[in-house]
Ligand binder design. Sequence first.
Ligand code: 13P
Length: 280
Amino acid sequence: MKLYNFAELLHIAKDREFKAVGSFNLHCLEMLPAYFKAAEKTNSPLMIQISTGTAKYLGHRLLVDAIKSLAESKNVPTCLHLDHCSDLDSIQLAIDTGFSSVMYDGSHLSIEENIANTRKVIDMARPLNVSVEAELGAIGGSEDGKVVAMEEIAFTTVNDAKRFVDETGVDMLAISIGTVHGLYTGKAHIQHQRLAEITEATRTPLVLHGGTGVSDEDMRLAVRSGIEKVNVGTEMNVQWVSQCKNTFEKGKVNDSVRNFLVPANDAVTSVLVEKMQLFR
Ligand code: 13P
């Protein structure tokens, strides 16, 4: 089975009565079965996203081969997406190895430079049917070692979003509307009005980053107002590590390591099932 790009996956999701696609960060290879189990349980197509840190740790080829093979054997339509990447060579490597979707993150640049680089990435990706996500505005918090302080957060404006989409024709746009990457210290304050206006002005799939810690109600509202891709990363890491801390603590050194990892994966499956059902 081929890996699907975002537009193709969204189409399958809508056919199955999902309003949006969850895009879930994979933190290590051992976690991978949990993602497919959750997709099978909910009959959801699956979008797995890989940070540049994880890609470096596991290698692009291993990721593509493992995910393609599981997609085929489990019969789950799957999109493999490179998350936040601002280096064009790394994006080219992901495309050449078989990723079906990539994100160019030029949110730290001027809008003109961000547009110019996004267009370059689209030129690299389109001939191979690979979808491209870009980001406009600055989302706060910590993601794969990159930290955006609270005072550096810049919300995406309606005019900029319209200009960006008109001048690039990007497949999906990540916007800054109040979520942050990583664990929240308080409640997320999503700017639903801003989101509705950007949706109206752009008519392009919009992406909500920082899905961890967003309440179910906010998530449903965001999806209703135009979000079609929701990124969730930290939450699976937290579940996996906290389960492992528990089981490793109680186990003996000659116990099968699987005895420790299976409960951790079960916890990740539960989170993923819960999220996937939210997007129905
Ligand atoms: P969280 O880790 O906050 O869920 O955000 C993930 C994300 O947006 C990845 O791009």
